[in-house]
Design a protein. Sequence first.
Length: 147
Amino acid sequence: MIRYRFREVRISSMLGAMKKIWILSAVVFGVVLAASGCGFLKGLQMDYGKVKAQFEEVDVAEKGKPFIGKKVTVRGIVKRVDVREKGNAKVFLTNGTECHFGKMELMARGMEVGKVVYVDGFLEKCDSERILIKPAMARDPEAPFKP
């Protein structure tokens, strides 16, 4: 009987230790995500997050400031595609909007100069000198667009 009680106490203490390990693992995982600059979280928002605003490219400088740091959609015409620098593909629209596609070089190459494109991404800068969408990705032109 004494041995049985000893085992019971030992099992409950093991469960307590396992609980502490799970909590510690969750905390460490959270710290790692935070230290990575939340790139992981931004990636999830790019894929699954809702767009906060939609703009014609000509209107971004005027109407975009309240949406800095938020996911937006911009419709514009491709002026230039720059894939010279590996891992830093860029698409420039006719009014100067820079769309940084990063490592998605094939997606950037798929955008033809002179064609209308839809770009989703986070509006990083929006002033009279520069409009920057980073990260950016091509959007389905058939999806609803109501600027």
